[in-house]
Design a protein around this ligand. Structure first.
Ligand code: RB5
Length: 141
């Protein structure tokens, strides 16, 4: 998990929920409400996902945009910015998202918790969706 100050309260809430279910959390920060720069916390998490050292990430900032934009700089990262449960399920089924990005200031924490549980329990459908996600890292020449 990683966030800036805008996502800190949601990160702490979700971390407690996950730890209550015996998930082992690596917390890349931030660790307080003090104003910080989201790339300083998102890059270290995204780098670990990119290298295959961590399978799943949950990130947030105030809007979720800065966190998601930063994470998606890495070719093996598929970070999905989700605002509801339907988007969250599709991000796994169709995009095989490996990072869930959340708008820490704009959705209820309980909704975010339901979304996290769906993200962790929903599988990738493969098939035509595999062909599509394999084309994502290809750059135009
Ligand atoms: C911080 O005020 C805010 O800009 C940040 O949390 C995020 O929303 C940026 O995308």
């Amino acid at each position: 998990m990683a966030s800036d100050h805008g996502g800190f309260a949601m990160k702490e809430f979700l971390k407690r929920k996950l730890e209550n279910q015996a998930y082992k959390i690596i917390d890349f920060g931030t660790h307080s409400e003090e104003s910080v720069d989201y790339p300083d916390f998102i890059h270290p998490l995204a780098n670990e996902i990119n290298k295959g050292k961590i399978k799943t990430g949950i990130i947030m900032c105030g809007s979720g945009n800065g966190a998601q934009i930063t994470a998606n700089k890495y070719p093996n990262v598929r970070a999905a910015l989700c605002w509801n449960k339907e988007q969250t399920v599709l991000s796994r089924q169709h995009n095989n998202a490996n990072i869930l990005a959340l708008p820490g200031r704009y959705i209820p924490f309980e909704t975010a918790w339901e979304m996290v549980q769906l993200f962790l329990s929903t599988g990738f459908e493969g098939g035509r969706h595999l062909r599509r996600i394999e084309k994502i890292p290809q750059l135009l020449k």
